[in-house]
Design a protein around this ligand. Structure first.
Ligand SMILES: N[C@@H](CCC(=O)N[C@@H](CS)C(=O)NCC(=O)O)C(=O)O
Length: 217
């Protein structure tokens, strides 16, 4: 029965983790309903008891689909790819697939968690920006180097992959924290190429149902 219901994505317009999943849904042409979870309003709607039932970790995104309740953006993207394989987001070739996972994990485990809202709150207002800049810079220096071995038009050769879904939102975060991107020409080039694609435009924070009017494009 539940398989017939439309998927529901719990998302915040500016959340990079939600954005990864929105791109996957757009690329695969999967229709869904969106439930906005405002990470700032009311002290953070992700922290409320209702949302805790959806994702006990109190983070977005979460996706209900095929009778499942999933959190963790990479688990969601990989489930979508295994059940709705067109277009593929993980290459068939194990070597390329390993590179896609390496870059995805590099961003998702090695950079983003260090500038997550809950972490920045602990770091404190005064040090927040320099902290985020430090870890994004450290991660981007390594990423720029990794991409020398893997990149074509996109992160891994010329097919859009899960790694690209992680890259674009992370660059957006870097720009928000005013990280100088000039030392990363490969990251910048790939980001620009991806932002030209319709699915990336549709999933952009400036075009979400919960985007505030002043941030709409
Ligand atoms: N590993 C998780 C991370 C999720 C995550 O960090 N979500 C952020 C937004 S991008 C969040 O909900 N933060 C809320 C908070 O820190 O209170 C994933 O990939 O889905």
């Amino acid at each position: 029965m539940s398989v017939l219901l439309k998927p529901v994505l719990y998302s915040y317009f500016r959340s990079s983790c939600s954005w990864r999943v929105r791109i996957a849904l757009a690329l695969k042409g999967i229709e869904y309903d969106l439930v906005p979870v405002n990470l700032i309003k009311d002290g953070g709607q992700q922290l409320g008891s209702d949302y805790r039932k959806v994702n006990p970790m109190q983070q977005v995104p979460a996706l209900t689909i095929d009778g499942l309740k999933l959190s963790q953006s990479l688990a969601i993207i990989q489930y979508l790819d295994e059940t709705r394989p067109t277009p593929r987001l993980l290459p068939q070739d194990p070597k390329k697939r390993a590179q896609v996972r390496m870059i995805s994990d590099h961003i998702v485990s090695g950079i983003q968690p260090l500038q997550n809202l809950a972490v920045l709150k602990q770091v404190g207002e005064e040090k927040m920006v320099s902290w985020a800049q430090h870890y994004i810079t450290r991660g981007f220096q390594a990423l720029e180097q990794l991409l020398q071995d893997t990149a074509g038009k996109y992160c891994v050769e010329d097919e859009v992959s899960m790694a690209d879904l992680c890259l674009v939102p992370q660059v957006y975060n870097a720009e928000r924290f005013k990280v100088d991107l000039t030392p990363y020409p490969t990251i910048t080039r790939i980001n620009q190429a991806l932002l030209e694609l319709e699915a990336f435009k549709q999933a952009h924070p400036s075009r979400q149902p919960d985007t505030p009017p002043e941030m709409r494009a």
